[in-house]
Write a protein that binds this ligand. Structure first.
Ligand SMILES: CC(C)(COP(=O)(O)OP(=O)(O)OC[C@H]1O[C@@H](n2cnc3c(N)ncnc32)[C@H](O)[C@@H]1OP(=O)(O)O)[C@@H](O)C(=O)NCCC(=O)NCCS
Length: 178
């Protein structure tokens, strides 16, 4: 376990590396974001087999130091996941791409911030990257505020660069040098 803390509402949350046993919880989490029509990559529901493949491939990337995947656990359940995946092409292998999703049940309590602090530290230790990039829907104000708080800066904007359930939306690209 990397960290244990109390959220702003007093929940005991721990942050640790992803493991195989998280598969069902993460499937539930991912599919809940599809239902919510959240501003994330979650647009189509996964089945258990697809989630198993995702978790196995993520674990392989951790072993090969190609990525970090951390989960936030509350009441023995994985309610959040964050990742930094190192780029593979030689010209961008000094970059890692960041992502994060939390269950609605534990948002706004400081968990996103704690997860980000932990994963950036782990990436600095194990991934040999110099910068972290991320892509976010312009409408995702909560996420953009969190990233600004973590000292990410806007590196660009692609008008209508992302699709959200059939509608084109602006994409904000942010970066943090580590
Ligand atoms: C975006 C997300 C990861 C933020 O995590 P969180 O745990 O809710 O955020 P925290 O409680 O740690 O808040 C940290 C900062 O983020 C910003 N923030 C969080 N929720 C916010 C909201 N509803 N409105 C505006 N800003 C918000 C604030 O700057 C906050 O700092 P403050 O508490 O000092 O005001 C979380 O809301 C989430 O998973 N959302 C759905 C999935 C998603 O959009 N993922 C990102 C895809 S790019």
């Amino acid at each position: 376990m990397l960290k244990k803390f109390k959220t702003k509402k007093g929940k005991d949350v721990s942050i640790r590396y992803l493991c195989k046993d998280d598969t069902k919880d993460l499937l539930e989490l991912y599919n809940s974001l599809v239902d919510e029509k959240s501003y994330t990559v979650a647009t189509k529901k996964f089945n258990l087999n697809q989630e198993k493949i995702f978790v196995e491939s993520s674990l392989n990337k951790i072993i090969k130091a190609e990525a970090i995947f951390l989960v936030a656990e509350y009441n023995n359940k994985a309610l959040g996941i964050t990742s930094i995946v190192k780029e593979q092409s030689p010209i961008i292998e000094h970059r890692g791409n960041f992502g994060i999703i939390l269950s609605k049940d534990i948002r706004g309590e400081g968990v996103g911030e704690e997860l980000m602090r932990c994963i950036i530290k782990e990436a600095q230790r194990f991934l040999k990257i110099k910068l972290i990039t991320l892509n976010v829907f312009e409408e995702n104000i909560a996420a953009i505020n969190l990233y600004k708080k973590m000292n990410f800066i806007q590196a660009g904007k692609i008008e209508k660069g992302l699709k959200h359930f059939g509608r084109y939306k602006n994409e904000i690209i942010m970066v943090k040098y580590i």
